[in-house]
Ligand binder design. Sequence first.
Ligand SMILES: CCCCCCC/C=C/C(=O)SCCNC(=O)CCNC(=O)[C@H](O)C(C)(C)COP(=O)(O)OP(=O)(O)OC[C@H]1O[C@@H](n2cnc3c(N)ncnc32)[C@H](O)[C@@H]1OP(=O)(O)O
Length: 225
Amino acid sequence: MSELREALATFDSDPGVGAMVLTGSEKAFAAGADIAEMQPLTFQSCYSQQFLGNWDAISRITKPVIAAVNGYALGGGCEVAMVCDIIYAGEKAQFGQPEIALGTLPGGGGHSETHQSHREEPRHGDDRHRREDVGSRGTLARTNQQGLPTESLVDEAIQLGERISGFSKIAVAMCKEAVNAAEQLPLNEGLKYEKKLFYSSFATDDRREGMTAFLEKRTPQWADC
Ligand SMILES: CCCCCCC/C=C/C(=O)SCCNC(=O)CCNC(=O)[C@H](O)C(C)(C)COP(=O)(O)OP(=O)(O)OC[C@H]1O[C@@H](n2cnc3c(N)ncnc32)[C@H](O)[C@@H]1OP(=O)(O)O
């Protein structure tokens, strides 16, 4: 992020540059913040060192930034794409906020309907997609779906409930709180609130367990605290 911030600032101040394209590899635009780097962090270190302090730098760039997304755009990677002005998504692009599987929650705007991918929808409109996006990974095609078949609707809802029940309950509660806050607060306040909740998740046992389990390639054992 430091390198990205410096590069964007350099291009932003170059009069010969009119717009910027930000991309990754064919496999991944970005798979998120480095879990190995975050695993040992605590609430105290996140808060006092402002772990995400400079991650909003892209939003302060004055020239248009276009995200060209192939493959995974997950967690902070999805948030980076969403904070760009325009997203060009490849046919294999997959966007998602899977942080809840790590016992934490999105911390860089994932809860707020502020970004390019949501700009076509009214901010205070239907937020059910956003609620489903948190913790999911899906293709853009889903946004074009119109409704579920009557006969499978309840089964699908139960399956979703079961999937949610498989996550850390404290992380789910924090996610829900952040989504609710994003709905009620002005954007800048919603982003601040989300960041504080994200830091707070580093005080939970489940956040450490979630990231440790990812790095050890095993299923997390949630303690719900
Ligand atoms: C603009 C503001 C931004 C604010 C940021 C706010 C804070 C952000 C938090 C986060 O981003 S939390 C992380 C969210 N991302 C994830 O949870 C994705 C985790 N990765 C995966 O689910 C999978 O790796 C994948 C991307 C779906 C790819 O799966 P695949 O089976 O193809 O490969 P793997 O064997 O799983 O991965 C290869 C290799 O890469 C390592 N790795 C993948 N993602 C990360 C990561 N985010 N951090 C650190 N390391 C990662 C993975 O462990 C493998 O390592 P090795 O086994 O090869 O050592």
